[in-house]
Design a binder for this molecule. Structure first.
Ligand SMILES: [Fe+2]
Length: 326
């Protein structure tokens, strides 16, 4: 391969396109270059790579321990023989979860250890819609006024997908932590500071998204308003938002500690299949606490109370305060 070229996104405060490399066959030196570029830019786009599930896992492992690797991020099943099955019903928990991810978030903040890196590779994409969008929490933080920076400096929010599904869609998945979604939907809520000092760059960024709620010390109303205003601020400037129109063969890699992302809607009756790999955060910087730790009790309590409010408030939302049946 020739030399790696890193080209920053035009008119954006973050992101770059990486070319002149083969993700299937990357030397340690090349990986070192990519890793530096990843930390500097917050996300990297690799066009025309066409990596498969195993190659996605192999590349992901270079960043650390995986949460999962080579997994279908899709609206249809892929059979062992490589053929695709039927498209999931919009009422299914899988599609409810996919639609939920059309709101801005960072991955796995609803687990004890939040994610470090996420990677998607496009296999089947709809002709229209279905973009993945990213937003820069670092320049979002830097552009806040001093008063807001001061206000949020000591504040934290709980993170839960049971909260975000209910709040965004009126979807109330079981909180028993069982089954396919046991690690996603459960009764725990994990406390994380609103300002995160990036563990590898030392730079501060906002750390909010759809899973965040219940800032201790603020009223429910104040907390909702503040979290919404921070997310709105981050995405209010085009230079902090990048929208990726997928081409088959693309791989997109982003830093979950610094960038928000969301999926965009598309015609859900059309197939969409991306390969997803997610790298776990480092416990030293991404661990909140474990369910068995005493401080977990406050999160469970806050979530239970919040869900009671949302049961009443979300009856006219997409899923009308219902739970999917499998
Ligand atoms: Fe996500």
């Amino acid at each position: 391969m020739g030399d790696i070229e890193i080209t920053p996104m035009v008119d954006k405060k973050f992101g770059a396109i990486a070319t002149g490399l083969d993700l299937k066959n990357l030397s340690d030196e090349e990986f070192g270059q990519l890793h530096s570029a990843f930390l500097e830019h917050g996300f990297l786009l690799f066009p025309d790579q066409h990596i498969n599930e195993d190659e996605s896992i192999e590349f992901g492992r270079r960043f650390g321990e995986l949460e999962f690797g080579g997994a279908p991020m899709a609206n249809q099943k892929k059979h062992e023989d490589g053929t695709f099955g039927k498209i999931y019903d919009l009422q299914s928990q899988l599609m409810r979860t996919n639609v939920g991810n059309e709101a801005w978030h960072t991955d796995s903040t609803y687990k004890p250890i939040a994610s470090k890196v996420a990677m998607l590779s496009a296999v089947v994409v709809p002709e229209e819609g279905g973009q993945t969008e990213l937003a820069d929490l670092r320049s979002g933080y830097e552009s806040l006024d001093e008063q807001t920076k001061e206000l949020i400096s000591g504040l934290s929010a709980f993170h839960s997908t049971n909260f975000s599904q209910a709040n965004d869609l009126g979807d109330f998945p079981d909180t028993n932590g069982e089954g396919l979604y046991g690690e996603v939907y459960h009764g725990e809520a994990y406390l994380r500071p609103l300002v995160k000092v990036h563990p590898e760059t030392g730079k501060p960024n906002l750390f909010v998204g759809r899973h965040a709620f219940g800032i201790p010390g603020l009223s429910r109303e104040e907390s909702r308003k503040l979290i919404k205003s921070l997310i709105d601020h981050v995405v209010s400037d085009d230079s902090r938002v990048y929208s990726h129109n997928w081409t088959v063969g693309d791989t997109l890699l982003w830093d979950n500690r610094r960038a928000l992302h969301r999926a965009r809607p598309y015609d859900y009756s059309k197939p969409r299949y991306l390969i997803g790999t997610r790298v776990a955060g480092d416990p030293a910087s991404e661990l909140s606490y474990f369910p068995e730790d005493p401080e977990a009790e406050a999160g469970r309590k806050a979530l239970t109370e919040e869900l009671e409010f949302l049961r009443e408030e979300t009856k006219d939302q997409m899923y009308g305060a219902t739970t999917a049946s499998f």
